[in-house]
Design a protein around this ligand. Sequence first.
Ligand SMILES: Nc1ncc2cc(-c3cccc4ccccc34)c(N3CC[C@@H](N)C3)nc2n1
Ligand SMILES: [Ca+2]
Length: 448
Amino acid sequence: MFKKVLIANRGEIAVRVIRACQELGIKTVAVYSEADEHSLYTTLADECYCIGPPQASKSYLNIERIMTVAEKTGVDAIHPGYGFLSENPKFAKACEDRGIVFIGPPVEAIESMGSKINAKRIMKNAGVPVLPGREDPIEDPNEVIEVAEEIGYPVIIKASAGGGGMGMGVAYNKQELIETIESTKSIAQSAFGDSTVFIEKYLEKPRHIEIQILADKYGNVVHLGDRECSIQRRHQKLIEEAPAPIMTEELRVKMGEAAVKAAKAINYHSAGTVEFLYNNGEFYFLEMNTRVQVEHPITEIITGCDIVKEQIKIAAGEKLSFTQEDVEIRGHAIECRINAEDAVNDFIPSPGKIKHYRSPGGPGIRLDSGVYGGAEIPPYYDSLISKLIAYGRDRNEAIARMKRALSEYMILGVITNIPFHKAVVEEPDFIKGNISTHYIDDHAEYLK
Ligand SMILES: Nc1ncc2cc(-c3cccc4ccccc34)c(N3CC[C@@H](N)C3)nc2n1
Ligand SMILES: [Ca+2]
């Protein structure tokens, strides 16, 4: 097992990884920018080093500075968390070149899943259901018009180097298709330096259901069930839950098998998530995320599995200590992402100093927080303050506990989206489980 690990991240996920390391008896090294000098995670780590000014490009995205600290402190491994360098193959490679274990998947897996066209082609060949369309780059618009007519409008044009909703355009007819190809190509070129785009059938109101995977370095792959992540705004998830309200035992087995097949197809190891679109009974591969995700705690709570500890053990060369038969889903968990943003004012970020802070608690409540009373929320990074998770024996109990915890949670000094979350957990459609990726748009009036 590792003796010392560097956490190349900040905020609540840095706290989360430090906690997992402490439980495994591993020493921790934190890195921080000048904006995070007095943050919670730096006080919990055994050692901490400043790696630069607040701008992410000069700190949390600066591979050389992180490597310098890693080598100076003699760490055995680096955990990238999520975001920042977590899905950057160059970072994973830089670790390996220095004999430092990257706590994540093989470099090749990060690379292949980073190309959405490549990922789709691999999954289709592996027998994983994919949306109708083509898995090769669009060259000749006329040929694409034929494909669009074959699969039927509406169609969606997606950037292969995109992901998480960046670089997508929907076309409802031939005219729009030609325009959408051009506009998506130019966005892709300027955003990712790669104008490769592809076409697929557009689903009007799908649900976003994802499967959590754990795979060791010896070919053992298990899934830890499903999560519903449809309540998003501009591709930023706000509320996630496990299991998905529409999930049945039979569908979970089918989606779980597809996700395990996907992981095996790319010789995956570590924690990973296979994202699917679900549409009246059918599900289709969307993307594979080669990192631990923000919403991993809801899966931890209903399975009893510590995903971050499993990741560390896998990276250290241990075999999975359980099989698929051992995985049991019990109860229901909901996560609300608590952001320093003003939901009433178009969700604009609201950085600043937390003047008063009182955490919720009691039965079924878990709070993964990156802050404390008096902490500064900097404007340089995403606005996530903490994740409030409520567990119940069933979905109604989880909702009742979330409602209670949201009313207990007090954060004064910055504006948060707690009022938004309170409105959602009382909204009739949400309570009935009638949610899709258009939930927020469809309930904008109610959620004001
Ligand atoms: N063929 C087809 N049909 C409908 C889709 C709808 C979305 C989508 C669009 C808007 C919000 C979403 C929220 C969760 C999941 C997907 C979405 C979508 N996304 C959004 C982010 C990226 N993961 C892909 N791809 C789609 N692809
Ligand atoms: Ca993704």
